[in-house]
Ligand binder design. Structure first.
Ligand code: AMP
Ligand code: GLY
Length: 440
């Protein structure tokens, strides 16, 4: 089938790889010349991923039969609605359905209205004075979020990034003054526990789960530093995580099923990959955010171990014919993102990076290019994450070992990697932390 993919990051590189394995003919639109996507594509267009007119023209010229959108920005711009008007079925949500991600207040209100489990206390504001009046009343710790999209970097947590009412109000002021996220502020109750990602394929009514993944948003080893789009992630061979059992996993899936049926009732049925970010707390899983797409890096954990045909799954999501279970290999994965030095604060771009792809494969790993650019046969880093290396094996320890071996075949003198992701030490710290929380 002739497939259109939109996006040029590591997540899209992994999706293109899965389409390639499924035998698809790939037509890619991306803003950066991603070498991992280009080498699989019949044709590609370098364009702004929100340029609806250019993308629709490219889709028509190439007689696209099915489209898959990686990032959230084109979803918010209405790319799916526009492609569907041209008669192209899409395995991604419409603009109205993508509000589950693009408006944090839409998500919380939907969950409140439909009495979905796992909600947190929250209030949304369009000015600093009302925000401050509310903050003076609440008696729990809070999290400050811009309501709209910020690329995963706009959230600040009391007790971590913010310590006093003044800190909180300074940040709230900044969000309004600089119009960060574009639609005001949401104050949420702070959930305490361990975070995990549950992604699922959805076709408007059926929800088919993927293995659980744990992402690492903090920039530096030991989980410190600014929040990033995600520095790396791991998944385990039993598709659970070492600190979460089947019961809590089922609860998070039930929450996602409730959301999918609530969206149908609201007249904006949800088709595409849904990303549930949850905090496992003393009182079960709580919703941190719901995204309208694969996670990045999490896509790189699950797609390489997908056993069913990705093209067929996408066709079924677009057409409402998805089966309730999708098969994944019983393997553990550890993904570490190679990022430009300074990523998270002041990234240095423009350095050369080279990867021995054959050696990476021989190590039991995969490499997915992300924010890099092919320039005169050289691969040059941008300001965001450069390449995701994913070790795959029977156990987490072996997957981590494969990932680390593969990383030695990535050459660049201006990059940084969080080597602690997926290690026995860090995973054990997560298990101990969860135990402590449950014992309180
Ligand atoms: P988000 O972009 O909404 O995923 O938020 C980024 C990070 O901030 C999350 O991965 C969490 O670590 C943290 N966070 C967001 N919302 C909350 C919350 N309500 N309670 C505790 N931590 C949160
Ligand atoms: N890994 C976090 C995200 O994709 O939103």
């Amino acid at each position: 089938m002739r497939i259109l993919t939109i996006g040029g990051g590591g997540r899209e590189c992994a999706a293109v790889d899965a389409f390639h394995r499924a035998g698809s003919d790939i037509y890619a639109v991306m803003k950066n010349a991603n070498p991992g996507i280009i080498c699989r594509a019949e044709e590609y267009l370098l364009a702004d991923e929100k340029d609806i007119a250019a993308i629709c023209k490219f889709a028509k010229e190439n007689m696209i039969e099915l489209a898959f959108v990686g990032p959230e920005a084109p979803l918010e711009a209405g790319i799916v609605d526009a492609l569907e008007r041209e008669g192209v079925p899409c395995a991604s949500p419409t603009k109205a359905a993508a509000r589950i991600e693009t408006s944090k207040s839409f998500m919380r209100e939907l969950v409140r209205k439909h009495k979905v489990d796992g909600n947190l206390e929250y209030a949304a504001f369009d000015n600093p004075a009302d925000t401050e009046a509310y903050l003076k009343k609440v008696d729990h710790q809070i999290v400050v979020k811009p309501i709209g999209l910020t690329g995963g970097k706009g959230v600040k947590v009391e007790g971590e990034h913010l310590h006093t009412l003044k800190d909180i109000m300074d940040y709230v002021g900044e969000i309004f003054d600089q119009n960060i996220g574009g639609s005001g502020v949401i104050i949420e109750e702070k959930a305490v526990g361990e975070e995990f990602t549950q992604m699922a394929f959805c076709d408007g009514k059926t929800v088919a789960p993927m293995p659980l993944v744990q992402d690492h948003k903090r920039a530096y080893e030991g989980d410190v530093g600014p929040n990033t789009g995600g520095m790396g992630s791991y998944s385990d061979a039993d598709h659970l995580l070492p600190f979460i059992g089947n019961g809590d996993r089922e609860k998070s899936l039930a929450i996602m099923r409730q959301i999918v049926s609530a969206m149908s009732e609201e007249g904006c049925p949800y088709r595409g990959v849904m990303y549930g970010q949850f905090m496992l707390t003393k009182n079960g899983p709580k919703i941190i955010e719901i995204n309208a797409r694969f996670g990045d890096p999490e896509a790189m954990n699950v797609l390489p171990i997908l056993e069913d045909n990705f093209e067929k799954i996408c066709w079924d999501m677009a057409n409402g014919t998805l089966s309730e279970s999708v098969r994944f290999a019983k393997k553990a994965t550890v993904c570490k993102y190679v990022v430009p030095r300074g990523y998270g604060t002041k990234p240095e771009s423009g350095s050369e990076i080279s990867i021995d792809m054959e050696a990476v494969k021989r190590s039991g790993a995969e490499a997915f290019y992300a924010n890099v650019e092919m320039v005169n046969d050289k691969i040059i880093t941008g300001t965001s994450r450069a390449v995701g290396i994913v070790g795959i094996d029977k156990t987490l320890e072996e997957a981590d070992r494969n990932c680390e071996t593969a990383l030695t075949f990535v050459k660049s003198d201006a990059v940084y990697v969080r080597h602690d992701i997926g290690t026995r030490d860090l995973v054990q710290r997560r298990v101990d932390h969860m135990r402590e929380i449950l014992a309180k």
